[in-house]
Ligand binder design. Structure first.
Ligand SMILES: NC(=O)c1ccc[n+]([C@@H]2O[C@H](COP(=O)([O-])OP(=O)(O)OC[C@H]3O[C@@H](n4cnc5c(N)ncnc54)[C@H](O)[C@@H]3O)[C@@H](O)[C@H]2O)c1
Ligand SMILES: [Fe+2]
Length: 391
């Protein structure tokens, strides 16, 4: 059934394929920019990926003005503020973010501080707090998970409150998303598996949350279909270029879907685990997804049932409760398979979470904005119960 009202927006230019990275200087010219600041982290730089971006500037009159390669996991409000100061000092005019969600979101955060002529990112937390147009941002994802290259979202860790803050605004869409298989080939198996499960969670939450709409649904189902075909292959063999492209596109499709519909309780509970216990985002989503689907089953049985086909199910009756159960069990089987081939944790205790921290985590989860879009209300007790089941 169509919703009474919905909106859909994705203003990002997408370059996908072997030549994508080499087109970055051309895209900079189109954006009227000459001197880029690269934002990345040590892992990505150590894997040789910045060299690939640099080599595309060989015959160009545009240049890389500065490389900041010290983005921490899950980003950081302090680092975003620091980059904003460097950007001005180095007289750069655009960002090239090269990395996973941490690098991409840090660039988005620094961009807010510069463009708003502020000195503190914290003032802009929440929805639609950004009033100024941002500097051009070219996003080059090196994980296939967050979809940040096509989302209006940035998630940045607040050191003081130990929480992950969300920033949501149409101004945060990057200008260009550069999807090149060379950039994800070096991802180790466990990160491939975890970030792929993040993409699956985006697609499933986009399809089942309160703000779901028919355009998102198409993107979400296509993403799930690609993940079913390629996530195990990409985890097993990182050099499988077709699987890497399949997963990079899956993450992008899922990003477009959830950027419009938003996510739900899996992300709320995962953000809290990231903030309090530092569980990597994809790992937290992977562990929680099936438990949260079970919790939401009574509210959205048909939507969950509809996903079993794209997840590889066999039932044919879309009304069937069995089909929804099948979808959940297919998510569990995928997690088990990824655990066998990459060591991706299945339980919270295997992700270094201590049982005595669960109360604190549940308190953080019920204050997360993503819960607003979940189809079923979640109390502190409900969140705690799910963490205990997943422990
Ligand atoms: N903005 C959004 O729309 C959005 C959506 C979901 C999640 N997030 C946020 O994104 C962050 C997580 O991002 P992530 O899961 O992409 O991980 P990440 O950016 O933290 O990277 C994880 C690790 O993988 C390494 N790595 C990345 N690519 C590599 C490659 N190709 N080769 C070798 N090593 C590589 C990095 O160095 C890092 O150590 C979290 O903070 C999460 O909350 C943002
Ligand atoms: Fe996510």
């Amino acid at each position: 059934m169509l919703p009474n009202y919905y909106q859909f927006y994705c203003p990002v230019k997408i370059l996908s394929g072997q030549l994508a990275v080499s087109n970055i200087p051309f895209e900079m010219n189109l954006l009227g920019c000459k001197r880029a600041m690269i934002i990345t982290d040590k892992g990505v730089a150590g894997a040789g990926l910045i060299e690939i971006v640099k080599s595309s500037f060989a015959d160009s009159d545009s240049e890389i003005g500065f490389i900041f390669d010290d983005v921490p996991r899950d980003s950081s409000s302090k680092v975003a503020n620091k980059i904003a100061r460097l950007f001005k000092k180095e007289k750069c005019d655009c960002f090239i973010a090269v990395g996973g969600g941490s690098a991409l979101d840090t660039a988005k955060g620094a961009n807010i501080v510069i463009s708003e002529r502020s000195n503190d990112i914290l003032k802009f937390q929440g929805a639609d707090k950004i009033t100024k147009d941002l500097k051009p941002l070219i996003a080059v994802p090196t994980t296939a998970g967050t979809g940040s290259e096509v989302t209006k979202v940035a998630v940045i860790y607040n050191e003081k409150t130990e929480t992950k803050m969300s920033f949501v605004s149409d101004k945060l869409y990057p200008d260009v998303a550069v999807i090149d298989p060379k950039m994800t080939m070096t991802m180790p198996p466990m990160i491939t598996a975890a970030t792929g499960m993040d993409a699956l969670t985006h697609a499933i939450e986009a399809y089942t949350c309160l703000q779901e709409n028919p355009i998102d649904d198409v993107y979400a189902k296509t993403a799930i279909d690609l993940i079913r075909r390629y996530l195990v292959k990409a985890t097993e063999n990182g050099n499988d270029e077709e699987a890497r492209m399949g997963m990079a596109n899956a993450a992008l499709f899922a990003g477009i879907a959830f950027s419009n519909s938003m996510v739900g309780m899996v992300h709320a509970l995962a953000h809290a685990l990231g903030g309090v216990c530092h569980v990597p985002h994809g790992v937290a989503n992977a562990i929680l997804l099936s438990w949260c689907l079970e919790y939401n089953l009574e509210k959205v049985p048909e939507q969950i049932a509809e996903l079993s086909g794209v997840l590889g199910g066999t039932f044919e009756n879309p009304e069937s409760g069995d089909q929804a159960e099948e979808a959940i069990s297919l998510v569990r089987s995928l997690l088990k398979r990824l655990n066998r081939i990459s060591g991706l944790p299945i339980r919270l205790k295997d992700a270094k979470v201590k049982k005595n921290m669960l109360n604190k985590v549940a308190k953080a989860a019920i204050n997360d904005g993503a819960l607003v879009y979940n189809p079923r209300e979640v109390t502190y007790e409900d969140a705690l119960e799910i963490y205990k089941k997943a422990f």
